[in-house]
Design a protein around this ligand. Structure first.
Ligand code: ZN
Length: 141
């Protein structure tokens, strides 16, 4: 009789131990974190041959250069916005990059069949500001 009670207690404590173990295991959060050392970039960044001036922090981590997303958007002429309602970053890429060729005078879509030698890739507004006109064949909008 005493051994049956002892066995029941033993089984109860075993079950309690298993439940406690499962609870501990299931509520434990595993955090995998790496530590990186960021340094401020000591080198300039050039855009189309001109040194880029910015107040943004340019960081170097493990030999790679990091810019804040908004600053990167400014460099690449891409709109970067924060959507507070949706709590996300939204990036609007320009629709097309236009090609200036060695023949000069015109700007083209990248797939224009008249392109033989690419001189430069520009945004449309930049091409127009430099006096280039749209190609009559590929008709970039
Ligand atoms: Zn064209």
């Amino acid at each position: 009789m005493k051994s049956k009670i002892k066995n029941r207690l033993h089984i109860k404590s075993l079950i309690a131990g298993i439940i406690l173990g499962v609870m501990l295991f299931s509520t434990t959060t595993v955090v995998l974190a790496a530590t990186y050392q960021a340094k401020t970039a000591t080198f300039p960044i050039y855009i189309n041959g001109e040194e880029w001036q910015t107040d943004s922090l340019i960081a170097v981590i493990d030999g790679r250069t990091y810019l804040p997303l908004r600053a990167l958007g400014d460099v690449l002429s891409v709109d970067v916005d924060w959507n507070e309602k949706l709590f996300r970053v939204e990036i609007d890429k320009p629709e097309e990059i236009y090609v200036i060729t060695e023949q000069g005078g015109k700007y083209h879509r990248t797939n224009c069949p008249t392109i033989k030698l690419v001189k430069e890739y520009l945004a449309k507004d930049k091409a127009e500001n430099l006096g280039y006109e749209p190609c009559g064949l590929c008709q970039p909008k």
